[in-house]
Design a binder for this molecule. Sequence first.
Ligand code: APR
Length: 321
Amino acid sequence: MGRKKISLVGGGQIGGVLSQLIAQKQLGDVVLFDIVEGLPQGKTLDIVEASRVDGFDVNMKGTNDYKDLEGSDIVIITAGLPRKPGMSRDDLLTVNANIMKTVAENVKQYAPNSIVIVISNPLDAMVTLCQKITGFPHNRVIGQAGVLDSSRFATFIAWELGVSVKDVNAMVLGGHGDTMVPIVRYANVNGIPAMELLERKYNNAEKAKEVMAALVNRTKMAGGEVVNLLKTGSAFYSPASSAIAMAKSILYDEKRVLPACAYLNGEFNVNGYYVGVPVVLGSNGAEKIIEFKLDNEEQIAFNNSVNAVKNLIADMERLGF
Ligand code: APR
């Protein structure tokens, strides 16, 4: 029985970290593809030369040939340009849609049975385009955004409350843009509502609301915060870790409930769009959307976010994709 094969299309910042994490966690053999000659070969060689030190046994191959994707169980796509300061994720639409078109055609040809996780931005549009071009069933094409956005939200809550982030559960739904919807009502510390803990901390319900609003706002802007600091690219460690959590749930059939960009067929009253929602991830990819009741305020924010996704998709279609 061979190892699972995980192909990474895009050997830039995220692709490099993905390769290293897959190796260190021994999730499977890695193919790292990029159009830049030498880049994926150099990165995989560098990583695999640490195999003795880190103690991992996986095969790693860097390539400029799409044929090497053959037999992939999972394909993770990061090909595309990242944001520069001042750019929104949506500003990347035209250039990254062109790249996604080529990538998806090749994934369709060489890895027709794979499950695809898209990370390239603007995420909701790139996932939609990837599914359209591959023609894969919707459960086999998903996007990474919610795991990271939720992790950011959880991190900020943990810092504010002075507790371990391991005990914080927080979920962010909707599109992967400024309209994303952190679900405050269910944010908790080991089951205890985060709002209650904030109210106790400040002994003032209004102040607690203000503090939470600031955490929510920081979460929505967190990607941009990193872009502004880095100046030459966007976040790459945390997106890679987040996609690995998704890939692991699929490879090991863990059935974790993770927020992911998944295709909605009437769930949450959305029909025919990819949006971030809680999903059961198992060996069949996005196996089930977990629905729950949104309150009024959440519903308004969610609808707003879905509308932003719809506008993005309409823009992409106007551009001919
Ligand atoms: N086919 C394959 N790879 C490509 C193509 C293509 N047509 N065009 C560009 N690439 C490669 C680049 O050569 C580069 O190595 O995609 C890689 C992207 O890497 P980075 O520029 O380092 O970007 P990264 O930080 O990894 O982010 C990738 O993920 O989070 C999103 O917004 C981010 O869209 C961006 C993507």
